[in-house]
Design a protein around this ligand. Structure first.
Ligand SMILES: Nc1ncnc2c1ncn2[C@@H]1O[C@H](COP(=O)(O)OP(=O)(O)OP(=O)(O)O)[C@@H](O)[C@H]1O
Length: 499
């Protein structure tokens, strides 16, 4: 049953109290420029598994769409003017997530006991002593990212002190960085959802000097495009690189492995035109291999569930879970706006105007952060053409795979790094988003190789805001002041647009 409300203009900014019964949720959607403040008056409430602290003002903006869920019932006070708000008791997927969480918790406990050589709980176990390494698949708008957040947040909230790794392989979403990136981070405290431009909450990558409460330090690799089909060989390679980096972290800290991994994927892995089927299955395979997946969750897609059962059923567990009725259908224009908003947020942070008539208290939070920590000050630096080497991967006029004749395959050139000459008019560098690469590890120079730029992690993203060809200089926007001399960057197809 759903209790829909039409939002009346005149009463919109009066606080409204919603009493939620057990296992129900209050769903809301914000239009551009809107801000919503929610206070839990009584009971326990959570957003995608992250608890809302009672009595605190929780601020939402940036076209956020989410649901306040309660297991046992609660009262919340809501101030603002959402474009849609209603309550629903059709929350069956939350029960499915809770059951999965309990099963994953047992796997973690056994994995840790095994590692420490302690007796395995529940006697000799049928279940292996592996931690849960979960791949989440589903079509567009099926709630994959929300499901990942719930599962990771429940683990991070557990008293066992788990720090699960959340991986985002959806380059359209950009995870903790910018669109075009794929990222992974150990999650020690629940991830919040204050805004659509911070789909996985804030991270320290764009503003290392602030965000004191958020210690997330993601591993970042650059794919450079938002379209999975554009250069799937490259995406396959960066997914495997990200998996290797996560593996290295586990090598360095074996107990961290027992918390497990949850991998979010793009909807294009699950569904798409028939001629993309082999690419899709190769990319799913890349994830299964890279993160040593032992559980595949398929959200609301029977055909894919059967396909996964057939392909992987003998070696790992495939579970189908229902799609939540609350998941919002995101249209292409919304996705374009969010892409730009996410880029801007990476450099400038967030800003919002509180609902008229509402005074925000000093302890109000925006996704777990104090309001004073939201605005960032990027740096603008002039750099000589010779100082920063910018590469692109593959040929300039790379057509998407879907545009190739049926049966045609790409040549190796799509994985070939090509140095961009900024002095050439039409180099495509102006307004390009660049991924600044980590320095190669010290070592034998002979170990360096031509395609090295494909395999290096990213330390931050930059934008070329001006090019002066006569003076051979370009102006670069970076999240914080940086020295670029001798550094290497990659350009993809993501472009900066002024807002
Ligand atoms: N129960 C819910 N109530 C309200 N909004 C929700 C609910 N579940 C998900 N949403 C919102 O719906 C939108 C889509 O959900 P989500 O991003 O989880 O789906 P997805 O399958 O990962 O999307 P994509 O198509 O980008 O891969 C998001 O804005 C999310 O916050």
């Amino acid at each position: 049953m759903s209790d829909h409300m039409d939002v009346a203009d005149d009463a919109a900014f009066e606080p409204k109290v919603w009493d939620l019964g057990p296992e129900t949720e209050y769903r809301f959607e914000l239009d551009p420029g809107m801000c919503l403040v929610i206070v839990v008056l009584r009971g326990n409430a959570e957003i995608f598994g992250a608890e809302l602290v009672e009595g605190k003002q929780h601020v939402f903006a940036g076209e956020c769409k989410a649901a306040v869920y309660t297991w046992k019932g609660c009262s919340i006070e809501v101030t603002g003017r959402p474009s849609t708000e209603y309550t629903s008791d059709e929350t069956l997927p939350m029960t499915a997530y809770a059951n999965l969480h309990i099963a994953f918790e047992q796997m973690r406990v056994k994995a840790l006991a095994h590692l420490r050589g302690s007796p395995i709980p529940d006697g000799p176990s049928r279940v292996t002593s592996e931690s849960p390494r979960v791949l989440v698949l589903g079509p567009e708008n099926s709630g994959k990212t929300s499901a990942c957040k719930v599962l990771v947040n429940y683990a991070a909230r557990s008293r066992m002190g788990w720090v699960p790794v959340l991986v985002n392989t959806d380059p359209r979403e950009g995870g903790w960085a910018v669109p075009g990136a794929i990222t992974a981070a150990p999650v020690a405290a629940p991830i919040t959802t204050p805004s659509a431009s911070l789909p996985l909450g804030a991270a320290a990558s764009s503003a290392p000097t602030i965000n004191p409460s958020n210690a997330l330090l993601p591993l970042v690799y650059c794919y450079g495009h938002t379209d999975v089909q554009r250069n799937h060989l490259l995406l396959d390679r960066v997914i495997r690189n990200l998996g290797a980096s996560v593996g290295d972290r586990f090598e360095a800290n074996p107990e961290a492995r027992s918390s497990g991994v949850v991998v979010d994927t793009p909807s294009t892995f699950a569904a798409g035109p028939a001629n993309t089927a082999s690419v899709r299955s190769k990319l799913i395979r890349a994830c299964v291999d890279a993160f040593k997946i032992n559980v595949i969750l398929v959200i609301g897609h029977e055909k894919l569930n059967i396909e996964m059962q057939r392909t992987y059923g003998s070696q790992l567990t495939v579970v189908k879970i229902p799609k939540s009725g609350g998941v919002v259908e995101l249209d292409p224009s919304y996705r374009d706006r969010i892409l730009n908003m996410q880029l801007h947020t990476y450099f400038y942070g967030e800003s919002f105007t509180p609902p008229p008539g509402l005074k925000l208290r000093s302890n109000a939070v925006y996704g777990g952060e104090a309001l004073s920590d939201l605005v960032l000050s990027p740096a603008s630096t002039t750099v000589g053409f010779e100082e920063l080497a910018v590469w692109q991967i593959g040929e300039k006029s790379l057509a998407p795979s879907s545009a190739l004749p049926v049966g045609a395959t790409r040549t190796v050139s799509e994985m070939q790094p090509i140095l961009i000459d900024p002095s050439k008019p039409g180099s495509g560098l102006l307004n390009a988003v660049l991924a600044l690469l980590a320095l190669p590890a010290d070592g034998d120079e002979r170990e360096r190789y031509d395609e090295e730029v494909l395999d290096l992690g990213v330390v931050g993203f930059l934008v070329v805001t001006a090019i002066d060809i006569p003076r051979r200089k370009m102006t670069i926007l970076s999240p914080s002041p940086m020295v670029f001399a001798g550094r290497t960057a990659i350009r993809g197809s993501v472009e900066w647009q002024e807002q």
